[in-house]
Design a protein around this ligand. Sequence first.
Ligand code: PMP
Length: 302
Amino acid sequence: MKNIVYFNNRFMPYNQAVLPLATHAFHYGTGCFEGIRGYYNKEQKKIHIFRLQDHYARLARSCRTLSMELPMAINDLCATTTELLKKNHYQQDVYIRPIIYKSDETVIKFDLTKLSDSFAIYTTPLGHFLDVSSGIKAITSSWQRVDRHMIPPSAKPTGLYLNTCLAKTEVARQGADEAILLNNDGSISEGSAENIFIIKDNHLITPATTENILEGITRNTIIEIAKKELKLRTIQRKVMARELIDADGIFLTGTGAEITPIVNIDGHKVTLGTVTTKLQKLYFDIVNGTNLKYSHWLTSIS
Ligand code: PMP
């Protein structure tokens, strides 16, 4: 891996960015992060970063929850990110991972306010990683979503992703592609790293923000474009697991997962309907910079 990263307040080659063994975040998952995508448009010869400001605004909120302090203002974080992408000369779709973490070399301190923060940005080429065209097979996980009174899921804390790893391990053992995690009361929370929507009677339904979800930027995008472009409203409420079986369609949303249809849930077939296909087309046109109506969501790099 020869790319350039941002680490300890400067740009450097990836293999020079190393952490000491006693780093607090390595032992206790005391960090929070963002996942951002940049889409390379071959005709325009530009990378369009999707909703960069919104991702850093969410990181700033996460930091407040976790007693962390960002090293610079949101605008400067955006500028550092675009500078980093330019240094890497990508001509393909990329994934951008800013991370802030407790960097003290100690394994016996736990008060977050007494620990110091470091910030880094790592980037890597990334195409689709779920089958966005044919759809995927999902299972409801035997692992519950972590409750917000235990660890706040809205803060995207690194440690919380052990829950994701356990769910994805179960998925792999069962030969499926994705997990749907439930809350303690059997209602649906979200996918392993995605939000979930169901289509029913010509509207969208998605678990409310009180359902231990990460309030996804893609979720928010879909709610907005479904309303504006397809005149479809989204109901945010408690969604019970049995509602999946008689849905007219189900899809997952996430920066990584994009808009991925679920075509099989726990062995039950699910239709890949036209609503999902229309939303996908709108989304991909927007992120690739061909739908100019939403170009305010893009930070473009030549
Ligand atoms: N939930 C979880 C747990 C996630 O990790 C992600 C991915 N960031 C999402 C939902 C989707 O969020 P977004 O659309 O902002 O990527």
